[in-house]
Design a protein around this ligand. Structure first.
Ligand code: SF4
Length: 420
């Protein structure tokens, strides 16, 4: 039996694609191996969002060159964001790689799967489902549109059938993925949008929860907010990256919205979706970001009080508009200082938000075990740990929270909530 080895770095979309690819290969008779040396087929699923990620991919490819040299029968393939439209260039630089294939595609030199065949045989209780590939936005610091290409949505019917199949195999919750889920469907004939898709998925028997990410403030509409508020399976958890609290920086990043518009969206969500948990992404040290401009970001985060903030220090990505047009002129030490300030602020805010759950009862979907405890998430995405001798996997369990930290919660099972 031939063996395959998939090496993955990057975002959840890459992880979801590697999972699909692995089960597809298993259905073609391959068996997984943790060792690249023992594999007959090695697939690198690459990420190039940051230069450091691309460097890791290139290092990995260089390291595999001698293995391929000593074992010419080994098949070496590369997918993910490194595989852009200029495959010729890649073939020239990595002539020992047998195949390059685009993210989300199946390896075309192998037999094409029929519908549903590429899905994991035993999916986890919470599974990622990609609904749109690529991005049309060209934020000035971001390489994704150049590497993942323009937006391509999967038809509603195809996604619904896939989720139905996943539910039959044990999935209870799906997270719909896209670089910008708010432009889902705009390239399809009937132009369905994310809200339309949510209505279809909400009607599926056996599916307990639906999440999605990532939203874009420029493209998010009231119709979606209303659908989230109305549909019982759609979780009250939204990720809406703001990137900066300063309008001039937003303009330089080419985000296409103002802070005033962003604030309105947050207000609308909080008014219409009771208990909604919000997360955001922030970039610090963008070229020429002054102390005052950075302070605007700090002020916005203090005002809006997100459940989660992902913060990154700017680093120029060759090939992007920002790398061409702006000098990377905020010193590294200053970027680090700004990043630390935001992390400290957010730790305090998240600690206070989570502390409000002390003594409360929450429903979690149990996803697995870690260090002898069961773990799962609330509808709002909070990570919860608890002890139980029963098999709780895939169950919705009621937990009374008795300890909170900024990052997770701990609690005790409310007796009646486990069904075995
Ligand atoms: S929305 Fe902006 S940051 Fe997100 S993938 Fe597209 S270009 Fe990159």
């Amino acid at each position: 039996m031939p063996h395959y080895h998939i090496w993955t770095i990057g975002c959840q979309m890459n992880k979801a694609e590697s999972e699909r690819l692995g089960s597809y290969l298993e259905q073609l008779g391959y068996q997984a191996t943790a060792s690249a040396e023992a594999a007959d087929l090695i697939v690198l699923n690459s990420c190039v969002v940051r230069q450091s990620a691309e460097d890791r991919v290139v290092n990995k490819l260089n390291a595999l060159k001698s293995l391929k040299g000593s074992r010419p029968d080994l098949t070496l393939a590369v997918t993910g964001c490194l595989v852009n439209s200029e495959v010729q260039e890649l073939r020239k630089n990595f002539s020992y790689v047998d195949y390059f294939f685009k993210p989300g595609d199946y390896p075309q030199w192998l037999e094409k799967p029929e519908s549903g065949q590429g899905l994991p045989r035993h999916p986890s209780p919470s599974t990622f489902v990609s609904i749109i590939q690529g991005c049309n936005n060209f934020c000035s610091y971001c390489i994704v549109p150049y590497r993942r290409g323009r937006e391509r949505s999967r038809p509603v019917e195809e996604i619904v059938n896939e989720v139905k199949e996943l539910v039959q195999r044990g999935t209870k919750e799906v997270t719909l993925l896209g670089q910008n889920v708010d432009s889902y469907g705009q390239d399809l004939p009937d132009k369905p949008d994310l809200a339309d898709l949510l209505y279809e998925l909400n009607a599926l028997d056996g599916l307990a929860r639906i999440r999605f990410l990532t939203n874009h403030p420029k493209d998010m509409r009231s119709k979606l907010i209303e659908a989230i508020a109305k549909l019982d399976k759609v979780c009250e958890q939204i990720s809406l990256p703001v990137q900066s609290g300063d309008n001039d920086i937003l303009k330089a990043i080419r985000r296409g919205y103002t802070i005033e518009h962003y604030r309105q969206l947050i207000t609308e969500m909080r008014n219409k979706i009771p208990g909604v948990a919000l997360s955001t992404d922030v970039i610090v040290g963008f070229p020429s970001e002054s102390d005052q401009q950075f302070q605007q970001t700090v002020n916005l985060l203090s005002e809006l009080r997100f459940d989660t903030v992902h913060v990154a220090a700017y680093s120029p990505r060759p090939g992007t508009i920002a790398a061409k047009e702006y000098e990377d002129n905020v010193p590294a030490a200053e970027k680090k200082e700004r990043l630390n300030r935001i992390e400290q602020l957010q730790e305090k805010i998240a600690g206070e938000i989570n502390a409000q759950l002390l003594g409360k009862s929450v429903e979690i979907l149990v996803e697995g075990r870690k260090k002898a405890k069961w773990q799962g998430r609330t509808r709002t995405g909070k990570l919860v740990f608890f002890n139980s001798n029963s098999d709780c996997l895939r169950q919705l369990v009621k937990i009374k929270i008795d300890k909170t930290t900024p990052w997770s919660l701990q609690g005790t099972v409310e007796m009646s909530s486990i069904t075995n």
